[in-house]
Design a protein around this ligand. Structure first.
Ligand code: GLV
Length: 310
């Protein structure tokens, strides 16, 4: 038997079970906290765990992240070193996130924010130029998702630059790398899209000082993690008019409480952490393949590097 404990947080447990049992015939499926004897558990499938979670399972063979971002697993400082950890890279999810980012950029670039406000007053007013901002987009983090977003926006006629921690060849897309070049990157990004992994090195990266480096009238999009952006700093710069708007799929805190000022800012668009969903139907193949690889002693696909934190 292959015993997997599923911890809720991404997708429906019954759906995961249905999809995985078609691919792993001897699946022993357990849903946390109803785990039976923890010593007989081989795999964890989870999106987010709490401190102390992994210590209860002494005989794990591998950890399967139920999403693309794995910061929720690192929330347990005792995430076992030395065990294979795999994350999800799902082209369906990536495509959804490209669409989300394109919508957010085009909303402001093509002045839909202004036309919505005019429509609310039933005012037929031609704004003249169809666009408002320079057509430049900066994508922070150029992994699977950031890279696809950058290429998607390139296809929509934007000049795209990508910022990465270490220098990378991004093909037709300009690369700026490292904290030394971050200010220059921000200064030339009227649209900034955050698609970084959340690690100790990137938490709070977009604070007042950094966001102030964006050109006046810039728009910030975040579809990574709320923890990348200092919410009060973002709000202050929106209220002061330095930023023209924000499109946020993730917030800090999350879920965003009903009384939070972000909800009511006219130039903030919020979606509830749904820019790209992990669907068991499309992700089950790679999870089942990784289970088989781990049992056969082979390296996993889409491995997580525990020292890098993503
Ligand atoms: C969602 O936020 C994910 O990381 O998959």
């Amino acid at each position: 038997m292959v015993s997997i404990v599923f911890k809720a947080g991404a997708g429906d447990a019954d759906d995961w079970q249905r999809q995985l049992s078609q691919r792993i015939p001897d699946l022993d499926w357990r849903v946390w906290p109803d785990v039976g004897d923890p010593a007989t558990v081989h795999f964890i499938l989870a999106f987010k765990v709490e401190r102390g979670f992994f210590a209860q399972f002494p005989n794990l063979k591998g950890i399967l992240a139920a999403g693309a971002g794995v910061d929720g697993l690192f929330a347990d400082p005792d995430l076992p070193r030395g065990l294979p950890i795999a994350r999800i890279v799902d082209p369906h999810m990536t495509q959804q996130m490209v669409q989300w980012a394109a919508y957010g950029v085009l909303h402001f670039f093509r002045r839909f924010d202004e036309y919505r406000a005019l429509q609310a007053k039933a005012e037929w007013q031609e704004l003249g130029s169809p666009t408002r901002h320079p057509n430049r987009v900066g994508v922070l983090g150029f992994g699977e998702i950031g890279g696809a977003i950058g290429r998607g926006l390139l296809g929509l006629g934007f000049f795209v630059q990508g910022w990465t921690m270490t220098p990378r060849d991004l093909g037709p897309i300009d690369n700026l790398a490292g904290l030394d070049h971050l200010d220059a990157f921000l200064a030339s990004s009227p649209f900034l899209i955050c698609s970084l992994p959340l690690t100790p090195a990137t938490r709070g990266l977009l604070n007042r000082e950094r966001l102030s480096k964006l050109p006046k009238g810039a728009v910030v999009l975040n579809l990574a993690r709320g923890g990348h952006v200092v919410t009060d700093d973002l709000l202050a710069l929106l209220e002061e008019g330095h930023l023209a708007g924000a499109v946020l799929d993730v917030t800090d805190p999350e879920p965003l409480p009903p009384q939070h000022r972000l909800w009511r800012h006219p130039n903030v668009i919020i979606t509830p952490h749904e820019s790209g969903l992990t669907t068991p139907e499309t992700a089950a193949d790679q999870i089942a393949a990784n289970v088989k690889r781990i049992l056969a002693g082979e390296p996993v696909q889409n491995p997580v590097d525990i020292t890098r934190g993503y």
